[in-house]
Design a protein. Structure first.
Length: 276
């Protein structure tokens, strides 16, 4: 049996909002596996988030930006150890300078970013310089790019959530539409554009949880799959961008909102970085 530490229990509690004893039991039953512990809590009826994309992040800064013609955009996460450093103006300026450099050079990967020259020093070496100045571990935690007909970005106040979103065509009001989509993604944390792009492993995990809960509720076995399918459809509506309700209170889906401007307008992709 795994030796469960108080730190692990606290980490699970912060991720799920479940009680300390429930978290400890979940970790014990799951032999310390955090993902299995989350599913254990869900199967026991705990209301915890299904989306794992933003978990296990350290402190730091997340930023996003698009180029001048709005066809190339990037999001970046530069991690540190403490919230104190993350809020330091000089650290934020440094992170922004790395992103600006990456955008200017259309860097496609983290390795390409690290190989760029920032004020005569490679980015990978500038990170070491930051470690020497600050005294904390500093690293490029994540980097992602998008390219399409029109891109928009959004950084939530505090630099803890940043998004970029790609639209497939340019139309009137596209700047306002793109801004709304970037904010929708920041606020509602979708896991994919639509149900067709949800990873099969996520679908399988959700169905496994749904079936377990349905059986615990005493539903007839012949109805389990039908009820689970209904719950999966609800999951897609809540967790995929185009199926979500548009946040500006129009009582319509994101997909329908986009098509109200142009029948062919859609979101082709997005990226969302967030610190836990």
């Amino acid at each position: 049996m795994a030796n469960i530490t108080a730190a692990e229990v606290n980490k699970l509690r912060k991720q799920t909002g479940a009680g300390m004893m429930d978290c400890k039991k979940a970790l014990v039953e799951s032999d310390g596996d955090m993902e299995k512990a989350i599913d254990f809590l869900r199967k026991k009826g705990q209301k915890v988030a299904a989306n794992r994309s933003d978990r296990d992040a350290a402190e730091g800064v997340v930023l996003s930006k698009v180029n001048d013609n709005k066809t190339f955009g990037a999001a970046i996460m530069i991690n540190c150890e403490t919230d104190f450093v993350a809020k330091n103006e000089a650290f934020v300026i440094y992170a922004q300078s790395v992103l600006d450099l990456a955008i200017a050079n259309k860097a496609k990967t983290s390795d390409e970013v690290l190989a760029l020259s920032l004020n005569g020093v490679l980015v990978k070496d500038s990170l070491l310089d930051q470690i020497g100045k600050i005294g904390e571990k500093i690293e490029l935690g994540a980097y992602a790019v998008l390219e399409d007909a029109f891109l928009s970005s959004y950084i939530h106040p505090g630099n803890r959530i940043a998004t970029i979103v790609a639209l497939n065509k340019v139309i009137d009001d596209v700047a306002e539409i793109g801004k709304d989509m970037a904010m929708q993604i920041a606020a509602m944390s979708p896991i994919s554009v639509d149900q067709s792009s949800v990873d099969q492993a996520i679908i399988d995990r959700e169905l496994d949880v749904f079936r377990d809960v349905i059986r615990q509720e005493g539903k007839p076995e012949e109805l389990v799959e039908k009820i689970a399918a209904g719950k999966l459809n609800k999951f897609f509506k809540e967790s995929t961008l185009l199926n979500q309700d548009f946040i500006k209170g129009t009582k319509t889906s994101v997909s329908a909102h986009l098509k109200s401007f142009d029948k062919d307008l859609t979101v082709s992709n997005f990226k969302r970085f967030a610190l836990a």
